[in-house]
Design a binder for this molecule. Structure first.
Ligand SMILES: NC(=O)c1ccc[n+]([C@@H]2O[C@H](COP(=O)([O-])OP(=O)(O)OC[C@H]3O[C@@H](n4cnc5c(N)ncnc54)[C@H](OP(=O)(O)O)[C@@H]3O)[C@@H](O)[C@H]2O)c1
Length: 324
């Protein structure tokens, strides 16, 4: 089978496309013929050995994928050969066949196509957990989303709007902000051209925002936190901007605000029942057409390194998907 391989940590152009033997599933594992693999920012970190999960070399990157079960290992009962599934894990999606942990292999809702199946759960799972379970977002509140046209950011825009919040999207280009507007943002801020704090002050008439969803960190985190309303909640989602910011704690005191961590992967393990309920909600909304991932570009397996480069260069809007 063909697979993209990371043989030594490095940038996407060091990845190779190779023919390797088909893997065999062990106990509790599932072998899946991959149909689509959507990229997530952590994939760009894993290949550089900069992420918390460190698969042994060589490995195929790609955390989130969908496909057809071809065989199952001992003890696997809930899926069987022929089933259409999606799955996620630290790696393995950028290959024609993928070994997956049965616990993270979930039947695709009937009628959901492979590309949507590979692009929904990670982004919406993270953003729904963040906004509902960690941010306690309420109808009528204001939600600021940074990096709002990225994979998890755009899901937060769509879910925030659906949950009845007024969404303010912040991103680096007018093209990205137009998509955020389409997905439910009422106000748009181009944070490479406009002063984030001043715009939030204007939009909220001096009150500040109730919840901030921040997958970017870096230089945007502090001005955003300074723009919180009384009892606001700032959600620590990620650091795609590079630097992990250091925040003066008096800012939390002054607004009676909360700085709240979000770790979806760990949540799916530690609070499995609630996570499964969240997944069901997301699947239902996707099937009802209330949410849909914005897929800006399809790539072939051979083009996967380019897709990862595009993500690192902030060229992707919504999701980039490798279709096999
Ligand atoms: N906590 C969790 O459970 C969890 C789960 C999933 C993902 N994450 C984290 O969330 C972050 C976003 O993930 P994603 O998959 O949505 O990524 P993505 O699609 O690449 O979106 C990231 C966004 O960050 C912005 N950005 C600013 N500076 C950047 C830079 N130097 N390089 C790349 N992007 C930059 C870009 O928007 P602009 O160009 O508009 O600034 C981009 O759209 C990552 O840090 C990821 O690790 C966390």
């Amino acid at each position: 089978m063909k697979a993209i391989l990371c043989r030594a940590y490095g940038l996407p152009d060091t990845l190779t496309l190779e023919d390797i033997p088909s893997p065999v599933p062990g106990p509790g594992e599932v072998l899946i013929q991959t149909k689509a693999c959507s990229l997530n920012f952590p994939d760009t970190l894993t290949i550089r050995n900069m992420y918390q999960f460190k698969p042994p070399l060589p490995f195929s990157p790609g955390s989130e994928s969908s496909g057809i079960v071809t065989s199952v290992g001992e003890g696997v009962k809930h899926v069987k050969p022929g089933d259409r599934v999606f799955t996620f894990g630290s790696h393995g999606g950028l290959a024609e066949e993928r070994i997956s942990d049965a616990r993270t292999t979930i039947p695709l809702p009937k009628g959901m196509d492979f590309i949507t199946g590979a692009s929904t759960m990670y982004a919406y799972g993270t953003s729904y957990h963040a906004l509902k379970d960690r941010g306690q977002l309420q109808p009528g509140e204001t939600l600021l989303v940074l990096g709002a046209a990225g994979g998890v950011g755009l899901a937060a825009v769509e879910l925030g709007d659906m949950m009845g919040a007024t969404v303010i999207a912040a991103a680096s280009s007018d093209e990205k902000l137009a998509v955020c507007n389409e997905k439910g943002a009422t106000y748009m801020i181009n944070y490479t051209k406009e002063d984030l704090r001043e715009r939030i002050k204007d939009i909220t008439q001096g009150k500040g925002v109730d919840v901030i969803y921040d997958p970017v960190g870096d230089k945007w985190a502090e001005p955003a936190i300074r723009s919180l309303a009384w009892r606001g909640r700032y959600l620590v989602v990620g650091f795609a901007g590079g630097e992990i910011p250091k925040i003066p704690l008096n800012l939390a005191l002054l607004k009676g605000s909360s700085l709240v961590g979000v770790f979806w992967g760990m949540f799916t393990q530690k609070e499995a029942a609630l996570s499964q309920q969240n997944m069901q909600d997301i699947a239902i909304w996707a099937m009802e057409g209330k949410i849909s991932p914005y897929i800006s570009k399809h790539y072939t397996l051979a083009e996967a390194p380019q897709a990862l480069t595009d993500m690192m260069e902030r060229k992707v809007i919504g999701k980039a998907v490798v279709v096999l």
